[in-house]
Design a protein around this ligand. Structure first.
Ligand code: GLN
Length: 549
């Protein structure tokens, strides 16, 4: 079959943020992919940070790490999970990254003596990046999410790039606006006006939407569809209903119900299968919604509060990884967020962990909440509650074991106290220089590295393979000087870097504990609905056994 010309679908947001633009992009990708098209996705974040790595998760949610080590926005995780593809740094950009590239080119005389201007040079750089990402993936369709909402100052140059692309290739570019239709409680009616304003703001950037995805608490009715169509200058078919759903994985099915795939293909003049082949997807997510047996997992972390609100966004990949493994075990996952600091205020509170089938301590940075996490780990170890530690959650296993089993009471990580007597977790040698120069951005040990597993261990059994490749994001590591002593005391380093120098997995053998394991890497970044992560599955299997007791 002749290959299609690459087509581009820009997705922008209207009215408010956080209404699921990322999931819409993932879902559009899914319904087109399921028609046999090759799809890739790009996330544009309009902030000045060069990547997402330097932001606090309470500011911007989880930092999702790609295979190539680029630190990106959590939406990239959704794209990978929905589409089952691996993305690279070519699929992510920010204002900072674009400007950095343009300034570098200017310094290298690549503009041949021209005056380098915000317009057109910045949009041209953006367009170049979008096209290169499409070509790199050999994609039929590139779905591009422009972060923020229309009318903001921040994303205007990205909208300008989209406008210029449309001008150059009118048949190859389509625009989708994901907008929100509030139902004010006192009015009780779904209101279209904010969306009308959003579309007007988009028009003033020279862009006319092809599709309006109408997000709201309920489905949009015909009357409001017609109204939006009239005032926003689109056909009523192109107003797609997107009500709130229990599971984000239902969204591709919902969009398909309103024929979004077909409409987009028609607009972009792409020939593909008529209907999306989402049968497996539908079957899987229909069934999982019906599981009755619960599995109760406590996540002990710290990035939960923003002002008066509690958000679990910082751990989205961890949540999804737990869900996928639970689904494959035919169980309904029930997650509870526990702020590690609670255990510091009242140490007795750690007993509440008894109520759960398993405990997870996810990644983190800095000192706050550490004492609480350490008491959770000690409790899980002593009471034989299944425990999974991710990154910091693994380093803390080592500290807890060193303190309470080896008797090195002052054992610590250099991240908290560089002068501690026993630095069982120390800085990676190549990192020392970087910190001295305040070179923090994109400078951790990042991305995929191999680990070799030790035979006869929990990890080796769970994976079923000898060698694995997992994504990392850390500056500190287990200090080699303590490895022998820790192992003599019973902790097993069941995964190591191929040269044997870096400890990748720490665990207790099965005869000592039903499941007590931590990974220096982040297994959660590789879990997808149809390929749950073996370590999460093994952890949940152990948790289930406890549940039954
Ligand atoms: N703070 C630890 C380190 O830098 C762990 C990082 C993490 O949990 N992602 O090594």
């Amino acid at each position: 079959m002749k290959r299609n010309k690459t087509k581009y679908i820009f997705v922008v947001g209207g009215v408010i943020s956080g209404v699921g633009k990322g999931v819409t992009v993932s879902s559009i990708g899914k319904i087109l992919q399921s028609r046999g098209l090759k799809v890739t996705a790009i996330k544009i974040d309009p902030y000045v940070n060069v990547d997402a790595g330097t932001m606090n998760p309470t500011e911007h949610g989880e930092v999702f790490v790609l295979e190539d080590g680029f630190e990106t926005d959590q939406d990239m995780g959704n794209y990978e999970r929905f589409l089952g593809i691996k993305l690279s740094r070519a699929n992510y950009m920010t204002t900072g990254r674009v400007y950095e590239a343009v300034i570098k080119k200017e310094r290298n005389l690549e503009y041949g003596g021209k005056c380098v201007q915000v317009v057109p040079h910045i949009p041209l750089e953006i367009i170049g990046r979008i096209e290169r990402a499409g070509a790199r993936a050999n994609a039929d369709i590139v779905v591009i999410e422009i972060g923020g909402t229309v009318g903001e100052y921040e994303n205007i140059l990205f909208l300008e790039a989209a406008r210029m692309m449309k001008l150059r290739k009118p048949d190859d570019v389509a625009f989708v606006i994901v907008s929100y239709l509030p139902v004010p409680s006192k009015v009780g009616e779904m209101k279209t006006k904010p969306t009308q304003h959003a579309v007007r703001a988009l028009s003033s950037a020279g862009i006319h939407p092809d599709i309006i995805v109408a997000r709201s608490q309920g489905a949009i009715d015909k009357k409001r569809k017609d109204k939006l169509a009239l005032f926003c200058n689109v056909s009523p078919d192109c107003v797609i209903s997107a009500p709130d759903v229990d599971s984000i994985y239902d969204i591709p099915l919902n969009l398909e119900r309103d024929h979004l795939g077909e409409i987009l293909l028609k607009k972009l003049k792409v020939k593909a299968k008529n209907g999306a082949d989402l049968a497996d997807w539908k079957k899987f997510f229909d069934v999982v919604g019906k599981f009755k047996d619960e599995i109760k997992i406590a996540v002990v972390g710290k990035y939960f509060d923003t002002g008066d609100f509690v958000l679990a966004d910082s751990y989205i990949s961890v949540i999804e990884a737990i869900k996928f493994s639970a689904y494959h075990l035919k169980k309904r996952p029930v997650l509870t967020w526990i702020n590690a600091k609670d255990f510091e205020v009242d140490p007795k509170k750690v007993k509440q962990l008894d109520k759960y089938d398993g405990v997870v301590v996810p990644g983190g940075f800095g000192e706050s909440g550490i004492a609480g996490k350490l008491s959770a780990i000690k409790y899980a170890r002593e009471k034989k509650i299944p425990y999974l530690g991710l990154c910091y959650g693994m380093q803390l296993i080592v500290i807890e074991y060193a303190r309470n089993v080896l008797g090195l009471k002052k054992a610590n990580t250099a991240e908290i106290d560089g002068e501690a007597d026993d630095l069982v977790i120390d800085i990676l040698p190549e990192q020392k220089e970087k910190l001295k120069n305040r070179d923090y951005g994109g400078s951790m040990r990042l991305g995929s590295y191999k680990a070799v597993l030790k035979d006869g261990t929990v990890a080796r059994e769970a994976y079923g393979t000898k060698e694995v490749s997992e994504r990392h994001r850390h500056r500190y590591e287990v200090n080699h000087e303590y490895v022998e002593r820790l192992e003599k005391a019973g902790l097993v380093f069941s995964g190591r870097s191929p040269d044997g120098k870096l400890m990748e997995i720490a665990e207790l053998p099965k005869r000592k504990h039903p499941f007590f394991l931590g990974t220096q890497f982040h297994p959660e970044f590789q879990a997808t609905p149809f390929a749950p992560h073996p370590l999460f599955t093994a952890f949940l299997k152990a948790s289930l056994k406890r549940h039954k007791k």
